[in-house]
Structures are given as structure tokens and as C-alpha cells.
Design a protein around this ligand. Structure first.
Ligand SMILES: *Cc1c(COP(=O)(O)O)cnc(C)c1O
Length: 380
């Protein structure tokens, strides 16, 4: 038998989550953000379920090529645009739309030889201060692009730094929205502002925010952009698109005072049974997930919520079997363990909860699932 670790990708969940975003922004078209290999789910795995979106947005030219190889003829947007001048050749050949966020990218376009002018998304730096033209420089950039024969339509894009915050007000999105509106008010072209957090939290109350295109990423994969304030299943009705599961490969009986794992960070307060699980940090499970007597990280064993104990090692982690055996009787080798996602026994553990316990966010855990973990795709 192969080592029992497995990532399962749920096509039904992806479709459901796409429909949830459509509900939140019914008049907008949807860029399914599929960068980082579809947030670790595998571009080829999610494609069938997300092709109901209006376009795919990603970063790597190689990912755009993979989408065209899947025969996706619809829009593809490169969210960071080109990284060097010769990338434009592939943009022309594959008909990729691309963000333009700096003057160098305009210089490259001006020098580019193409028969088909490009659709570009000119990026405003409305306050995130990573990519984009400042409000002062934006209109000159627009005018220059508009004068280039290499450029067809110019759309307008910006990205929020605080869309997951509680308030729409000046501490939240409003100052960025104001900067965007003030800078672009009389310019033609389609507009795109919202990531998952803005689309779910704010677009339903401020429909103009959704504009022409929304750009959800994490919500499509069933995690919340704003956990722990809001839970992806309980609050947003999203479904996990990935289950990371494994099995018990060992069972240990500890006596009071015995410890487990490297550094002996967990000492049994009383006699207890532990399960040894075939999953470790080399699979992408976070090594910093806590497993001391005071704080644990949630895990499902046979669908029952229990907790990590001791340190996560490269290939294994250990869990407390007490609540599981109290509910269902003795555990045995081969019993199902769900690190996040959906148990075959019906329970769901949000990746957000595991990430929160480990001091990170769902995005990082999903993207970090290691290549050694086999993936299977299921319809549900
Ligand atoms: C990654 C990304 C998104 C999607 O963000 P989520 O928080 O995952 O919804 C949207 N827009 C841009 C520019 C991005 O880089």
C-alpha cells in the first residue's frame, strides 16, 4: 500500500463556491484567480469546475500556457503583467490580457511588434503600495498606453489592502475606493477592484464596488478571507475544495508523565492513547502547529474532532485519541484522519482553523501542500 496521505479535490465544492461568489456580485464577471497552481489544488484539477467563470487570472506564463493547453479559449489575465519584454510575444501568441503596473512595461509594449493589439489592465496603486501607478502618474500612463498601436482596450484595476477589515469606512476600503474613483472617473474602460474579501463582505452592500469584474481566489477554494472573524462554512456557506487526509499508522499507550515526539513538548497529564498519523511537515503540514498540554491544533479522527499533541515531525504527527474512542470505541491502524477538509463520516474541519492555530492563514497551507502528496479529484 502506498503511504496513506492524500489530497482530495472536490469539484462540486468548487462549483458551489463559484456560485456563492456570483450571488455576492451578480452583475459582475468573475476572474477565477488560479495563481500558485490554483492555490495548491492543481490548475488541471480545478479547471473543469471553474470553467464556469468568465476568465482565469494568474501570474505565471507557464500557467497560462497550461490553461490554453486545456483548450480554454476565454480570457486569461496576467495579474502582474510581463516580467520582461519578451514575455509579450507569448501574450500575443496566446491572446493573454495583462496588467500594466509600471513604466517599463509600457516601454516594452511600445517596442513590441504585434499584429493584434493587446487588452491591458492598467493598475492604480490606491494605497497598497506594492504594484501600480500612483494617482498622480496614472493618467499620464493611461494617455501613453492609449496612444500605442500595440494597445487595444484599456481596463482599470486596483487591489485592496484591507478588504478583510470590518469596516468599509476610511480605516477599511473607502480611502482606496475614493482614490480609484477620483483618479479614473472620466476614463472609459472596464473596472476590477474586488478580491474575495471585498466581493463577499462589501459588494453586497455597495454593488458599484463589484464593477465589471471581481477577482475571487481563496473563496473559490472554500476558505474564508476573514477567518477567524468569520467561518468559511458557518458564515459564508463555502465548502472546502481540498481535503488533506491520512490514516493511523501506529497507536501508543502513554502513562501519566510520558512525553511524545521531538523535544518532549507534550507530557501526558494522565494515561492516554495516542494515534500516530502519516503526515508531517514534508507533506506541507505546518511544523509550528501547536501540540502542547495547553494548546492543540484541531484534527478529525474517524470524523471526531480531537487535537494534535507533541511536535510535528517530517513524516508523522501524533494525535490524542481520547475523544474519538469515547465516541466510537477503540481505534485501529488504518482509521481515517482528516488534517483539513471533509471526513467520510460527515464532519468538516476548515483549513482556516488549522492555519489559525499555527499562526498563519489558509492560503499558505493550501499552497504549501507538497508535491509528494498524491491528489485525487472527485465530483462532490
Ligand atoms: C491573489 C489576488 C487576488 C485574489 O485574492 P483572494 O484574497 O484570494 O480572493 C485578487 N487580485 C489580485 C491582484 C491578486 O493578486
Amino acid at each position: 500500500m502506498p503511504r496513506p496521505i492524500l489530497a482530495t479535490i472536490h469539484l462540486g465544492a468548487l462549483r458551489h463556491n463559484l456560485a456563492r461568489v456570483r450571488q455576492a456580485a451578480p452583475d459582475a464577471r468573475i476572474w477565477a484567480v488560479a495563481k500558485a497552481n490554483a492555490y495548491g489544488h492543481g490548475l488541471e484539477h480545478v479547471f473543469e469546475a471553474l470553467r464556469g467563470a468568465d476568465g482565469f487570472a494568474l501570474l505565471d506564463l507557464s500557467e497560462a500556457q497550461r490553461l490554453r493547453a486545456l483548450d480554454w479559449r476565454g480570457p486569461i489575465l496576467l495579474l502582474e503583467g510581463c516580467f520582461e519584454a519578451r514575455d509579450l510575444e507569448l501574450c500575443s501568441r496566446l491572446n493573454l490580457w495583462h496588467v500594466v503596473h509600471c513604466t517599463e512595461q509600457i516601454d516594452w509594449l511600445a517596442a513590441h511588434k504585434t499584429h493584434t493589439p493587446h487588452r491591458v489592465f492598467l493598475k492604480l496603486n490606491s494605497g497598497m503600495n506594492r504594484l501600480g501607478f500612483t494617482p498622480d502618474a496614472f493618467r499620464a500612463a493611461w494617455a501613453r498606453l492609449n496612444s500605442l498601436p500595440q494597445v487595444d482596450e484599456i481596463s482599470l484595476i486596483t487591489h485592496f489592502s484591507d478588504a478583510d477589515g470590518e469596516r468599509f469606512g476610511q480605516q477599511g476600503l473607502a480611502h482606496q475606493v475614493d482614490a480609484f474613483v477620483a483618479t479614473t472617473a472620466d476614463l472609459p474602460g472596464e473596472r476590477s477592484l474586488c478580491n474575495s474579501a471585498a466581493a463577499l463582505r462589501h459588494a453586497p452592500h455597495h454593488p458599484a464596488l463589484a464593477a465589471d469584474w471581481v477577482r475571487p481566489g481563496i473563496a473559490l477554494y472554500g476558505a474564508a478571507p476573514d477567518h477567524p472573524e468569520r467561518h468559511p462554512q458557518q458564515h459564508w456557506d463555502l465548502q472546502p475544495a481540498m481535503t488533506l487526509s491520512s490514516r493511523l499508522i501506529g497507536i501508543q499507550q502513554l502513562q501519566a508523565g510520558d512525553s511524545v515526539g521531538y523535544g518532549s513538548t507534550f507530557v501526558a497529564p494522565h494515561a492516554m492513547r495516542l494515534g500516530v498519523v502519516a503526515c508531517g511537515y514534508a507533506d506541507g503540514y505546518p511544523r509550528h502547529a501547536p501540540g502542547t498540554a495547553e494548546v492543540g491544533t484541531p484534527v478529525l479522527v474517524r470524523g471526531v474532532r480531537t487535537r494534535l499533541v507533541g511536535r510535528v515531525s517530517m513524516d508523522m504527527l501524533t494525535v490524542d485519541l481520547t475523544p474519538v474512542e469515547a465516541a466510537h470505541g477503540p481505534c485501529q491502524l488504518g482509521d481515517e484522519v482528516v488534517l483539513w477538509g471533509r471526513s467520510q463520516h460527515g464532519a468538516v474541519l476548515a483549513v482556516d482553523e488549522v492555519a489559525h492555530a499555527a499562526g498563519t492563514i489558509s492560503y499558505e497551507l493550501l499552497c504549501a501542500v507538497s508535491p509528494r502528496v498524491p491528489m485525487q479529484v472527485v465530483g462532490t
